[in-house]
Design a protein around this ligand. Structure first.
Ligand SMILES: Nc1ncnc2c1ncn2[C@@H]1O[C@H](COP(=O)(O)OP(=O)(O)OP(=O)(O)O)[C@@H](O)[C@H]1O
Length: 254
């Protein structure tokens, strides 16, 4: 559903991405790992259409989208490194506002009672999917980092995406928050394709089906179980990836 063909991105004299090939199937959970500066965020921005490559081709859903802007790549939702939660709103209000932005009602637009009910149900479903049902009335700026990230995912899901891009979603999370985040990802619809980045190979591998290492000179893609130090059997079941025995979710989860 998504492919990069010899994609290069230069910022002046800096070659952030150098002839990258990538092929991601529908429903895949692909992790992109590499040290700071290896080009992870740049690849995500290229996929989203925030920037255009200086060389190569990007294909999405069978179409060449290389020269199309973000708004002309439907079905892509993204969460970038610096969060977007609006201070002063509750989680319910935040998600309702996102639904409104996607033309499905939302606050504070007046609507008939049956529409309001349907909207409330959808908002609560999204919050539940993000593991935030208990924090529905909580102010977003009072949420801990992990919960805030999950709220951003609820907001992203409000657009009913086919491709979800998560740039460094686990940055700053505690081990416990990472486990909750992993649960959230496992609960997402099987047909939703997810691409996520991170510097911590084990953490990314724990929530991915395949992992691509951006370290140069060689870019390698392997099944996630080959990256995990102590991979998890339940991850194997959820992500349908053949996996050796002796499993655990996060090496650092204790
Ligand atoms: N807009 C820009 N202008 C100039 N250089 C840039 C720009 N964006 C990224 N770069 C450079 O491109 C290289 C790759 O950056 P990028 O942010 O994609 O890496 P990263 O792997 O995501 O790093 P981090 O983990 O620190 O976010 C870096 O050398 C960075 O300084």
């Amino acid at each position: 559903m998504l492919s990069l063909h010899r994609v290069t991105m230069c910022f002046g004299t800096v070659k952030a991405v150098d002839g990258m090939d990538l092929a991601i199937r529908r429903g895949e959970r692909r992790g992109l790992v590499g040290p700071p500066g290896s080009g992870k965020s740049t690849v995500m921005r290229l996929i989203a259409g925030v920037i255009r490559p200086t060389g190569g081709r990007v294909e999405y859903d069978g179409h060449d989208v290389t020269d199309l802007s973000e708004s002309r790549r439907p079905g892509i939702a993204r969460i970038f490194q610096h969060g977007t939660a609006v201070a002063g709103l509750t989680c319910v209000e935040h998600v309702a506002m996102a639904l409104g932005a996607h033309g499905r009602g939302g606050l504070p637009v007046p609507s008939p009672p049956d529409r309001r009910h349907a909207l409330t149900v959808e908002v609560l479903d999204l919050l539940r999917a993000a593991g935030l049902a208990g924090e529905a009335g909580e102010a977003t700026d009072r949420l801990p980092p992990g919960a805030r990230r999950r709220l951003e995912i609820a907001v992203a899901l409000a657009s009913r995406p086919r491709l979800l891009l998560l740039d460094e979603p686990m940055a700053g999370m505690t081990a416990e928050e990472r486990v909750r985040f992993a649960d959230l990802l496992r609960g997402l619809p099987a047909g939703l394709t997810v691409v996520l980045t991170g510097c911590d190979r084990d953490a990314v591998a724990a929530v991915s089906s395949h992992v691509t290492t951006l370290e140069r000179p060689e870019q390698i893609t392997v099944p996630a179980w080959r990256v995990r130090r102590r991979p998890a059997r339940h991850v194997e079941r959820k992500f349908h990836v053949p996996e050796p025995p002796d499993a655990l979710t996060f090496a650092d989860a204790g």
